[in-house]
Ligand binder design. Structure first.
Ligand code: P71
Length: 461
């Protein structure tokens, strides 16, 4: 165990900087209107503090950049692939690695290989791309997360937990044969970056083993989940993040990972499994859709930086502590000002409760989309809608899904911003909150059929 400090000061110093610029309110009003009130369609040049996502936005270390120069670009058998394979085996514990261009590449392969049309795929809440690939393969997603996950202001230390009764009911209703696997996400993104407990994962794994249902993790944010287990679950306070991540993975048959988060790189991802036969089938698909099995969708230098990022994320516990500490710093500043947000504060960002902040805007006028736009106009801080627009339409009825959570996510990139940036962000959120009566609803001017949030356009009502 490293020596405990009182505060979570960053375990690094800054060697290279990237200028950012503040714009005028007038400029931002035009920029957001030109972007159809969709923060995905803003140019990053028009953004001051970019909290759109923590995905692919991490700052790499000097060691990772050094790795970029050493990347082996051989088409086959790249040295960097073997470094990555060793890192995945050592840290996650899965013997078989299938490298992909990013997380959804791995989700695509896993879904196509395991899901038959009409199958049910339970998950502890959905993630957009994950559910898309499950449905694209003909599966039916079933939410088996605990009810508390859908209640923004209810405090629960492990809101990401699987509700075992819901899972059992599904097994009883449709039969284990109709369930190709359960998809268990670590530190559930759409619930607000909320962890599941080791006890819950162990029990989920136990139940699934009884019925021969594989457990497939979305281990994209396993480090953040491990940190919360260390902080909140009895018996784990003296275990390292590295040990906890390994134990998490031990209760699974495989995982998809978007390396753009925990793994501290700007691009990459992988599928990793225990079963050689499944891995062989995955590699056959990999060469069709991504690339040869020793690079998938990545260049040699990407794989080298990724291998190093995987080690770095668990080499010291200070990394996770500072990362989550910064998120908590922003969250606590907002709570102090009375701003409604998902509690407990999550691992990768703050999730503003747009339904509570803007009760005068009905959900079909997209309160979270409107709040995201208002925040941008106030200060150039860019967040992301995670509500009705993201949830999309029910393929059966064609109606909006009207999710219980109507949130604005402000995701914090890893190792990128300072505490002063968090202060400026908090000031802006509080300002918009105090003037919330002035924010009005939106309506679609363009609505894509799939993953509509990415490219949708709106106008003010
Ligand atoms: C995030 C993202 C990136 C994103 C994706 C879709 C819509 C908006 C933003 C990506 C994840 C994720 C989890 C838990 C799989 C992916 C896909 N998250 N699982 O949070 O959070 O990975 O982007 O590498 O393809 O901003 P990919």
């Amino acid at each position: 165990m490293e020596q405990r400090r009182r505060s979570w000061a960053e375990p690094y110093k800054i060697k290279m900087v990237e200028p950012i610029k503040m714009t005028t309110r007038e400029h931002r009003e035009k920029a957001i209107a030109d972007a159809g009130f969709n923060s995905f369609l803003l140019r990053s040049d028009d953004v001051y503090i970019d909290l759109l996502t923590d995905s692919g936005t991490s700052a790499m270390s000097d060691n990772q950049w050094a790795g970029m120069m050493l990347g082996d670009e051989a088409y086959a058998g790249s040295k960097s692939y073997y470094h990555l394979e060793e890192a995945v085996q050592e840290v996650y514990g899965y013997p078989e690695l299938i490298p992909t261009h990013q997380g959804r590449g791995a989700e695509h392969i896993l879904s196509q290989l395991l899901i038959k049309p009409g199958d049910y795929v339970p998950g502890n809440m959905y993630f957009t791309t994950t559910r898309f690939h499950q449905e694209h393969a003909g599966g039916i997603f079933v939410d088996v997360i605990i009810d508390e996950a859908h209640m923004p202001s209810v405090e629960h230390p492990f809101k990401g937990n699987v509700d075992l009764a819901k899972l059992q009911r599904l097994i009883d209703d449709v039969g284990a044969d109709q369930i190709p696997y359960i998809s268990v996400e670590t530190n559930v993104n759409m619930a607000g970056g909320q962890p599941l407990s080791m006890a819950n994962l162990r029990a989920t794994y136990g139940l699934c083993k009884k019925y021969d249902i594989p457990v497939m993790l979305d281990a994209t944010r396993a480090v953040e989940n491990a940190y919360f287990i260390q902080q909140r679950e009895g018996g784990y306070e003296d275990r390292s993040i590295k040990e906890i991540v390994a134990e998490i993975c031990s209760y699974s048959d495989g995982a998809t990972v978007s390396s753009k988060k925990d793994n501290l790189v700007n691009i990459g991802g992988f599928l990793a499994v225990r079963d050689l036969e499944l891995a062989t089938r995955a590699r056959a698909m990999l060469v069709q859709f991504e690339g040869l099995h020793t690079y998938g969708g990545m260049s040699g230098r990407d794989m080298e930086a990724l291998a190093r990022g995987i080690h770095e994320m668990v080499d010291t516990d200070d990394h996770a502590r500072a990362r989550v500490g910064q998120v908590e710093y922003l969250g606590n500043a907002l709570l102090k000002a009375g701003v409604p947000l998902v509690q407990p504060i999550g691992g990768h960002g703050i999730f503003l409760d747009a339904a509570a902040i803007l009760p005068h805007i009905p959900q079909d006028q997209f309160p979270a989309q409107a709040l995201t736009a208002a925040l941008y106009v106030d200060s150039g801080v860019r967040g992301m809608e995670r509500g009705n627009v993201s949830a999309g339409r029910n393929p059966e009825t064609g109606d909006h899904r009207y999710p219980k959570l109507e949130l604005v996510r402000m995701a914090i990139p890893r190792r990128v911003y300072t505490q002063a940036h968090m202060d400026v962000t908090a000031e802006s959120v509080v300002e918009v909150y105090e003037n919330r009566a002035r924010v009005g609803g939106l309506k679609f001017t363009y609505e894509p059929q799939e993953l509509r949030f990415f490219q949708a356009r709106f106008e003010k009502i």
